[in-house]
Design a protein around this ligand. Structure first.
Ligand code: ATP
Length: 407
C-alpha cells in the first residue's frame, strides 16, 4: 500500500513553519509497514489543492491531507477536496452542537464562520477533534482512501493516533520490534546481520543510525501482536546472541530511559560533572519523572575557574594536562563522588568545536570518566561531526558508560 502526504498552508511554503506533520505521519505509517512515497506542500489556493490531489490520487492508495480546516476564508481544504471528488458538503448536527459546546465551555462568543466547520463531506467518516473545533474526515473514494486532518500538531497527532493507527494497523497487520544497540557502527552492525537480511523468510530487517546508536527494525506480517511476537522470537534471540551487551534494549525505550531504569533497579545514585556537554547528560538523565530517586545533581563546570572552585580540580593539574585530558576527567569523576557521596560519578570533558582544537587534541576529542566502587575508568573518544553532533554523541556515550557499569 502506497501513501502520500499533502500539507496545506501558505505559511509552510514561505518558511514560517516547518512541516512537522509530514514527519510525524510518515514515521507512524512506516512503523505500520505503509510506504510513504511523496510529501507535497501546497498553499491555501483552491485550484492548486485540487491539482496536487489529482496527482496524489493518480499514484497513491492513501492520501493524508493536513491543514486548512479552520473557520477562516483561507481555509479551503475541505471545499477543494469535495469539489474535486464531486461530493457535496452537508451540515452535521452533532458537530454543530459540539462546536457550540466548545465555545460555551470556554466562555467565547461563537461567530458565524465557526458554523463552516460543522459542514462535512457527504458519506465521509467524521474524525472528532478533542483538542480543537475542526473535525477531520475519512473518505473512501474509488478504492482510494483520503484522510483529512487539521493543521495544528496538538490536534492532528492525537487524531491520527486515535483513528488511523487502528485503521491502518488492521489494514497492514504489520508487527515490528526495535533492537537498539550502542557501541557498534551502522555498517558493522549491518554486516553482522547481512545473512539475516538476505534470508527474508517473511521477516524484514533494516538498520538506522542516530548519534552513535543503531536501531535494527525487525518486521513481520501477523494477525495480532502475540502471533507477531512468536514469529520474531528466534530472530530477536539471534540478534541478542550476535550483539550481546551492545544491545541496550529490545523494548520501545531510549538509552536514557534504560539507564534510569538500571540506576533505580540497582538502587544507585549518581552525580554528573560536565564540561563540553553543558548539562546535556544531566538533562537526559532527568528527562523522565522519578529521576530524584537516583540523580543527586550535576555540575556544569565549563571554565577552568569553575573546575577549580566547584570541582576542586587543582590548578596545577589543569595547567599541566589541560582541561581536556585523562587526568582532569579522572579528577572530575572522583571529586563528584567525594563531594556528594554518590555511588557513581560521571564526568565529560572534550572539544566540541568548531574552535579550541590543537594538533594533539582535534575537535571531537572527548574524555568520559566513571568513578564507582573506588575505581575510576577514563575512556578517550574521537567523534566526528559538528558541535551539535559531537555533544550529543558525547552525552550518549556517557549514558552508555553508566549502563555498562551497571550491568
Ligand atoms: P485551525 O482550526 O487552527 O485553523 P487548520 O486545520 O485550518 O486549523 P491551518 O490553519 O492550516 O490548520 O494551520 C494552523 C496552524 O497549524 C499553523 O499556523 C501551524 O502552527 C500548524 N500547522 C499547520 N500545518 C502544519 C504542518 N504541516 N506541520 C506543522 N504545523 C502545522
Amino acid at each position: 500500500m502506497k501513501a502520500e502526504i499533502i500539507a496545506v498552508g501558505t505559511e509552510l511554503l514561505i518558511g514560517q513553519i516547518t512541516n512537522t506533520n509530514a514527519r510525524y505521519i510518515s514515521e507512524k505509517l512506516n512503523e505500520y509497514g505503509v510506504s510513504v512515497f511523496f510529501h507535497t506542500v501546497v498553499g491555501d489556493n483552491n485550484g492548486r489543492i485540487k491539482e496536487v490531489l489529482h496527482t496524489a490520487l493518480s499514484r497513491s492508495d492513501i492520501v493524508v491531507i493536513t491543514g486548512g480546516l479552520g473557520p477562516t476564508e483561507d481555509d479551503l481544504t475541505k471545499e477543494a477536496v469535495c469539489e474535486y471528488l464531486d461530493i457535496r458538503l452537508e451540515i452535521d448536527e452533532d458537530i454543530l452542537s459540539s462546536i457550540e459546546e466548545y465555545f460555551k465551555n470556554r466562555n467565547i462568543t461563537m461567530v458565524q464562520s465557526n458554523i463552516k466547520q460543522a459542514y462535512v463531506p457527504a458519506g465521509s467518516v467524521v474524525l472528532y477533534n478533542q483538542k480543537g473545533t475542526a473535525p477531520g474526515f475519512f473518505i473512501d473514494h474509488n478504492e482510494k482512501k483520503i484522510v483529512i486532518l487539521p493543521g495544528p500538531p496538538v490536534e492532528m497527532e492525537p487524531m491520527f493516533d486515535d483513528y488511523l493507527k487502528k485503521y491502518i494497523a488492521k489494514e497492514a497487520t504489520v508487527y515490528s520490534r526495535f533492537i537498539n544497540i550502542f557501541g557498534v557502527g551502522e555498517s558493522i552492525a549491518e554486516e553482522r546481520i547481512l545473512d539475516l537480511i538476505h534470508r527474508q523468510s517473511g521477516i524484514t530487517l533494516a538498520t538506522y543510525a542516530n548519534f552513535g546508536q543503531v536501531t535494527i527494525r525487525v518486521t513481520t506480517i501477523a494477525e495480532n501482536s502475540a502471533e507477531g511476537e512468536k514469529k520474531l522470537k528466534s530472530t530477536i534471540d539471534e540478534l541478542h546472541t550476535r550483539f550481546g551487551n551492545d544491545i541496550y534494549t529490545d523494548e520501545d525505550k531510549s538509552l536514557s530511559e534504560k539507564v534510569a531504569e538500571l540506576l533505580c533497579k540497582n538502587s544507585k545514585t549518581i552525580c554528573v560533572a560536565e564540561s563540553c556537554t553543558g548539562g546535556l547528560v544531566s538533562k537526559m538523565l532527568t528527562d523522565r519523572a522519578g529521576a530524584s530517586k537516583f540523580f543527586l545533581g550535576g555540575i556544569v563546570a565549563y571554565s577552568n575557574f569553575f573546575k577549580m572552585i566547584y570541582l576542586s580540580i587543582p590548578g596545577e593539574v589543569l595547567e599541566k594536562h589541560g582541561a581536556v585530558s585523562e587526568a582532569v576527567c579522572r579528577s572530575m569523576a572522583e571529586n563528584a563522588v567525594r563531594m556528594t557521596n554518590a555511588d557513581i560519578g560521571l564526568s565529560v570533558t572534550g572539544i566540541a568545536g568548531p574552535g579550541g582544537s590543537t594538533a594533539e587534541k582535534p575537535v571531537g576529542t572527548v574524555y568520559i570518566g566513571i568513578c564507582s566502587k573506588g575505581t575510576t575508568r577514563v575512556k578517550k573518544c574521537s567523534f566526528n561531526g559538528d558541535r551539535n553532533k559531537i555533544r550529543n554523541m558525547a552525552a550518549a556515550a556517557s549514558l552508555d558508560m553508566i549502563r555498562r557499569e551497571l550491568l
